[in-house]
Design a protein around this ligand. Sequence first.
Ligand SMILES: NC(=O)c1ccc[n+]([C@@H]2O[C@H](COP(=O)([O-])OP(=O)(O)OC[C@H]3O[C@@H](n4cnc5c(N)ncnc54)[C@H](O)[C@@H]3O)[C@@H](O)[C@H]2O)c1
Ligand SMILES: O=C(O)C(=O)C[C@@H](O)[C@H](O)[C@H](O)COP(=O)(O)O
Ligand SMILES: [Zn+2]
Length: 358
Amino acid sequence: MDEVTRIPVGGERPYEVLVGRDLLDPPPRLLPGAERVAFLHAPPLKALTEGLAERVRAAGVSPLLIEVPDAESGKHVDVAAACWDRLGEAGFTRTDAVVGVGGGAVTDLAGFVAACWLRGVRWVPVATSLLGMVDAAVGGKTGINTAAGKNLVGAFHPPAGVICDLATLDSLPPADLAAGMAEVVKCGFIADPVILDLVERDPTAALDPTGPVARELIERAVRVKADVVSGDLRESGVREVLNYGHTLAHAIEKVEGYRWRHGHAVAVGLIYAATLARLAGRLDAATAERHRAVVGALGLPTGYRADAWPELLATMRVDKKARGNTLRFVVLDGLARPAILEGPPDELLQEAYREISS
Ligand SMILES: NC(=O)c1ccc[n+]([C@@H]2O[C@H](COP(=O)([O-])OP(=O)(O)OC[C@H]3O[C@@H](n4cnc5c(N)ncnc54)[C@H](O)[C@@H]3O)[C@@H](O)[C@H]2O)c1
Ligand SMILES: O=C(O)C(=O)C[C@@H](O)[C@H](O)[C@H](O)COP(=O)(O)O
Ligand SMILES: [Zn+2]
């Protein structure tokens, strides 16, 4: 095992994010006293999960493997209900636990299943995608999608610990690596501009999960997220900055029937938020343009269909940051200076969209 970085996350129930290579042993150690552990995984992570289950069995704990549909198809209430049925059949009690093995979709689902079972049992995300490591597995936001939109049902339920084994990224498809980088870049714009410098200097190195640049980027992004959520688990204030770019991103995902990767939608959403801030007189043109350049350098999408605007606007109205009829956007007043743009007029929203659409 190489060196493990331990990043603390504070709050009512503090825990650590472990980043390193070949560190898949810890789930039983993070869950002392559990006699049963349910492993939720999607088909691509079956072999890895079976290996984890064997280690757990060797430690005297009974594993229960629950295979769920891949990606966003798993974030559905019917899938959650099927998981609760399995926990019930296996007699899961409050000292037992759930482990989610996979990308952000599976860990969001696993956390939600754990948050609701017996009104909350312990859980551990084993993040196997870049996006999961830098974002989804950290911070205790769990949830599923509904017919009305993305992540509309969920719970704040911090994990007992987070495992980011960089070796798992070796099998992650390149498009998913790039998608994860969108959330890393988000952290660069809202809090840690060194991230942007590193990506701009060598985008290829940023996308190589075996190299030191990717590891530094991952650790920096996790620290940004950990710092924010430590002080505001339930998003009553500062945590909203982590939603930078997400108001449009979630609308694009819904319009696409969740066939677009979350990170790809976030990439477009970041450019939209920067354009909106520039048009609102909040952000300088150079920093706004930097969004397009960094996102483009990573091979991520930079725009979306012009004719989708009416549906996107309607969907954005149920964004969780909205208050009644007032839309609220996270914008930048400068590099690493996130703020809220409250109730921008529809004309301004549309003008910004015109600039990023084709
Ligand atoms: N809870 C949060 O705070 C938070 C934060 C950001 C994103 N999210 C959510 O995370 C989800 C996106 O996560 P994602 O980008 O990981 O997508 P994903 O979970 O859909 O995973 C993408 C694909 O990669 C596969 N995969 C994962 N790890 C792999 C590996 N090591 N090798 C091979 N294939 C692998 C998955 O099976 C899937 O097919 C969205 O639902 C988003 O809403 C949640
Ligand atoms: O952790 C947060 O807070 C975030 O906003 C991180 C986002 O990257 C993530 O996509 C999150 O799931 C979005 O949350 P939502 O509350 O807008 O559904
Ligand atoms: Zn996100």
